[in-house]
Design a protein around this ligand. Structure first.
Ligand code: MIC
Ligand code: SF4
Length: 649
């Protein structure tokens, strides 16, 4: 039986287990990336592991999230990251050099390699044929120290692309279509592998847009083959030697296959407040638009920005539209500047933001009250823009450009009626390249002193699992609770290195009284227990959505189902993810109920049924714990760091 590309790459990297979809495997990680918002904690954890230097082929520390620098905190973190990178052999990408995923694709990604990143959009690397996976910072720290990464051997879904995109219809619309088909829940443990005739019609940035936003479906990653287009992209980056061909065997077998005709894709949008809420742009035509944001790791490539620049050439932004651009990287910015695109954008009235995450994470450019904001980014969760009442719609660069001109939601195909021609933007044969914003590790790292400003605190220690968990339901939430609901980013993100302070913002957007309640419960010696619906922990990889609850004394979360990265993060911090055996039992628990999970330690250790007693209601229900042997040991030890220490003894 033949093999698909995901199987080919993974089989070469498996160090424990074998290719058996659904079973846990451990893989070797070739490359890692971190970004500053998850990176400080990841490197503090790396330091705690005591490894003298990194063991990967390549590790890069990017600064792209917290670059607003109001107050000393961001700059303190940057300096810490720079010094840690120098000490342990990591390449440091300075603030201003661009968004980790875009820059990694340009300068470091290699077909057939594995990449682990402390950011959920790491699968962007799948655009050039990498198995690129997002994870919590602690898992990335373990990989840097030479440890393997554990995942469930994926069920591979083949997406057979046919045809060719029509003018004004974009890769973003393709991935929005995938979200319409697969939704944001129920895809844990799967991978999308793109194959078929349509692949060769897509450029690398288009492929990367599609793999980037596969994260919103909850798949482990998405991967494209590595072909002549990939080779041309790497050649244009001066990296032809990094190219290897990667194709699926013609008789490869998959868990599932679907056909997607690119020629039938139309402009789509994800309406508030989930990337899975899909409508055609036509359906929302005429809606007034207050803000248009072009950028983020989904759509900020040279091709994206030049396409918009050419559409807007000689036009002006509608007076009601605030139009902002965040180029994906310094390379993109320099290249569009050299090729005249930047001038056209400035002339059209664009506000040029730094090459960073910026608006996407809501730490700048928050729109006005009740605004309709059109964004080329990947997430439109409630409040993520920084304005709770704003309505964020995710769109392609083409749809964004149309709204800049008209001030309304406009199907970009209709611009042709106004005399516009679809710009045919070709990928440069050679990018202008300047790597001076990378700082490479010194020859004598032993002389490096690690800088620790007052914003850097120690990672809090977890406590081993008690014999029984006695606690109170601090909060009961619905389906599809994202990590943005659990702990906000935006302006609060500067406290990522200060867990006690950051914990004050837990569930802020859902219930502003959460923290005070949780503190009382913790201080009374009880555990905070969370109850949730389906697909708990969607979205980002931020481990603070587990680390801060751990700091608040949470030992268990009971949900109908969990998302992959968040499950791993909970386990890493000694919190047991439990699922209702019968979903109906969700209705038998309320906020404020006193719960007991008797004998939990022995049950996790020995196996058997796990019951939860609702002492307030006088009822009882059963929960499942789907843990590998390794995960059981981690939970019992009180988290991964404690588990590693025990093993080293
Ligand atoms: C995001 O897009 O939500 C983030 C901010 O990039 C996160 C990482 C973080 O919270 O630091 C992600 O996607 O993992
Ligand atoms: Fe940055 Fe937004 Fe991409 Fe997250 S999704 S890495 S915040 S640009």
């Amino acid at each position: 039986m033949g093999k698909g590309i995901v199987q080919k790459i993974l089989e070469k990297h498996i160090v424990e287990g074998k290719w058996e979809p659904g079973k846990e495997i451990a893989i070797k990680i070739d490359q890692t990336l971190t970004q500053d918002a998850t990176g400080t904690m990841a490197y503090l954890q790396f330091e705690a592991m005591g490894a003298p230097s990194i063991k990967t082929e390549l590790s890069v520390s990017y600064v792209d999230h917290n670059t607003v620098q109001i107050g000393f905190e961001n700059a303190d973190d940057h300096k810490y990251l720079q010094s840690v990178a120098a000490k342990y052999g990591i390449i440091y990408s300075r603030a201003g050099n661009g968004i980790c995923h875009q820059v990694h694709l340009e300068r470091f990604g290699k077909p057939s390699k594995t990449l682990l990143g402390s950011d959920s959009h790491t699968p962007t690397g799948g655009g050039i044929g990498m198995v690129a996976i997002g994870a919590g910072g602690l898992d990335v720290a373990v990989a840097m120290a030479g440890g393997p990464f554990y995942i469930t051997c994926p069920k591979v879904i083949k997406v057979n692309l046919k045809g060719k995109l029509k003018p004004w219809c974009a890769a973003k619309d393709v991935v929005l279509k995938m979200l319409e088909i697969f939704t944001t829940k129920g895809n844990v443990g799967c991978v999308f592998e793109y194959e078929g005739e349509g692949v060769k019609t897509l450029s690398v940035p288009e492929r990367a847009t599609i793999t980037n936003m596969g994260a919103e479906c909850g798949v482990t990653t998405s991967v494209f083959p590595s072909d002549e287009t990939t080779k041309a992209f790497l050649k244009a980056q001066g990296r032809e030697k990094d190219w290897t061909e990667l194709t699926a065997d013609p008789d490869a077998e998959y868990f599932k296959e679907i056909d997607l005709d690119l020629g039938e894709i139309v402009p789509l949008t994800a309406y508030p407040h989930s990337p899975g809420n899909i409508k055609t742009v036509k359906e929302l035509e005429g809606m007034d638009v207050d803000q248009v944001c072009l950028g983020s790791c989904t759509n900020s490539s040279y091709k994206d920005l030049m396409t918009v620049a050419k559409i807007l050439k000689g036009k002006k932004a509608h007076p009601n539209v605030s139009f902002v651009i965040a180029p994906g990287s310094k390379q993109v910015l320099e290249n569009i500047a050299r090729d005249g695109g930047l001038t056209d954008l400035i002339a059209a009235g664009a506000r040029i933001a730094e090459s960073a995450c910026g608006f996407c994470i809501g730490n700048s450019q928050s729109p006005k009250t009740d605004a309709v904001t059109l964004r080329t980014s990947n997430r439109n969760f409630l409040g993520r823009s920084g304005t709770k009442s704003a309505q964020a719609y995710l769109v392609s660069p083409e749809t964004a450009a149309a709204a800049v001109i008209t001030g309304k939601m406009t199907d970009p195909r209709d611009l042709e009626k106004q005399g516009f021609k679809y710009p045919d933007v070709q990928m440069p044969k050679e990018f202008y390249i300047d790597d001076s914003m990378f700082i490479y590790p010194p020859e004598h790292p032993e002389h490096t002193k690690i800088y620790r400003g007052p914003n850097i605190g120690d990672p809090p220690a977890a406590l081993p699992m008690p014999d029984s968990i006695t606690g109170e339901v601090t909060i009961k939430v619905e389906d599809q609770i994202t990590t943005d609901h659990i702990i906000p980013a935006g302006s609060k993100m500067k406290y990522r290195s200060n867990v006690p302070k950051y914990s004050e913002f837990l569930f802020e957007i859902v219930d502003p009284n959460f923290y005070e309640r949780a503190k009382k419960i913790r201080d009374s010696g009880k555990s905070n227990i969370f109850v949730a619906g389906l697909s708990y922990g969607q979205g980002s990889s931020r481990e603070h959505a587990a680390l801060c609850p751990m700091f608040m004394g949470t030992k268990a979360v009971i949900a109908k189902s969990f998302e992959r990265i968040h499950t791993a993060n909970l386990i890493n911090f000694g919190i047991i993810p439990l699922t209702f055996k019968n979903d109906g039992d969700y209705n038998k628990v309320e906020q404020g109920d006193n719960l007991e999970i008797p004998n939990v330690k022995n049950v996790i250790h020995d196996g058997g049924a796990l019951k939860v007693k609702n002492k307030t209601k006088g009822t009882e229900f059963e929960v499942d714990y789907n843990l590998s042997d390794r995960q059981r040991e981690i939970i019992l030890a009180g988290g991964t760091l404690a588990y590693m220490k025990n093993k080293a003894k």
